[in-house]
Design a protein around this ligand. Structure first.
Ligand SMILES: C[S@@+](CC[C@H](N)C(=O)[O-])C[C@H]1O[C@@H](n2cnc3c(N)ncnc32)[C@H](O)[C@@H]1O
Length: 305
């Protein structure tokens, strides 16, 4: 993967200043933390990331040790904790960890570990967690490969990972490259990498955002010991621009048509990567594919027995 030469400190400064999702509400956090966080969660799961309730498996990991890398304001970590997971979280910024603490406190929940830490160098021993969850984070860190290696390192053998990375959906080509890149001249002024950095985030001007292809993701995972991995696209980018309280959404019939023709799988802007760390003592290969003839022949042999 072609890397950009950006200092981690720049990434930290950017996110320290722009804690994600806080603009989902215009209520006052200090007056009623519960209703503020509730509004943020509602918007996350019912407006902006409807697919997450299903994909993040919040209610399937009770009693398990779950690590979230890049907690932001902690909405997803709190959802795991509400469902009985033993949660730990890290984020590069002090602000995000403070917010996540407040979020847990508001619902009388506790984390085992909640630390300011770098995804590329996690402060945990090998083989610790049943689930590592990381949503929209590792494409912002200079060495995405190292971040993914760390996910696998801290997972127990047989443990599960759920990772979201940006993919090149239709909006990448239309909004970022055509409108901003060509029509507004960003590509000529800044080149490809900076054009993408400048146009990916709601608040704009991200110091670093990799928008990946499936091929590159497969290459990153190639040398890691994983099983039953799937890479699927989600989120059609119907929010063409979702600046705070000024969201511009495509007309409903267009979105419906997109979904009707299953275009999300082709044009979605998020890759959800799921799989397990290999466990030599307990192989699970849910996704292994066989030829039609193999399936029929095996059935025939079993039937004859
Ligand atoms: C787009 S936000 C996503 C936050 C949260 N997961 C969510 O979905 O709202 C990116 C987050 O990743 C964090 N981050 C970026 N690079 C990181 C790194 N190397 N280690 C840990 N956290 C990082 C940022 O501080 C920020 O909170």
């Amino acid at each position: 993967m072609k890397k950009q030469n950006i200092e981690k400190q720049n990434v930290k400064n950017y996110w320290e200043d722009k804690t994600p999702q806080t603009w989902y509400s215009n209520k006052d956090l200090t007056q009623s933390p519960v209703s503020w966080f509730n509004e943020l969660s509602y918007k996350r799961y019912n407006v902006f990331y409807e697919y997450l309730l299903d994909v993040a498996e919040f209610n399937y990991h009770s009693g398990e040790k779950v690590l979230e890398i890049g907690t932001g304001i902690g909405t997803d970590l709190v959802s795991y904790a509400k469902n009985g997971s033993i949660v730990s979280g890290v984020d590069l910024t002090e602000n995000a960890i403070e917010m996540t603490k407040k979020h847990l406190q508001a619902f009388n929940l506790k984390a085992e570990n909640l630390l300011v830490a770098d995804a590329e160098n996690l402060p945990f021993k090998d083989n610790q967690f049943d689930l590592v969850y990381c949503f929209g984070v590792l494409h912002h860190t200079p060495n995405t490969d190292k971040g993914i290696q760390e996910v696998i390192r801290v997972l127990k053998p047989g443990g599960k990972f759920i990772i979201m990375l940006y993919s090149r959906g239709w909006k990448h080509y239309f909004k970022r490259l055509f409108i901003f890149g060509l029509l507004k001249g960003y590509l000529f002024k800044y080149g490809y990498d900076k054009t993408v950095n400048k146009t990916t985030e709601v608040q704009g001007d991200s110091p670093l955002t990799y928008v990946l292809t499936k091929k590159v993701i497969k290459q990153i995972f190639q040398s890691l010991k994983t099983e039953s991995m799937t890479i699927r696209r989600y989120r059609l980018g119907e929010f063409f621009d979702y600046a705070p309280y000024n969201s511009r959404k495509l007309p409903g019939f267009i979105t419906k048509l997109f979904y009707f023709f299953s275009l999300e799988k082709l044009l979605g802007e998020n890759y959800i990567i799921k799989g397990f760390k290999s466990d030599e003592n307990n192989k699970r290969n849910f996704n292994q594919k066989h030829s039609v003839w193999q399936v029929l022949w095996d059935e025939y042999k079993n039937y004859k027995k």
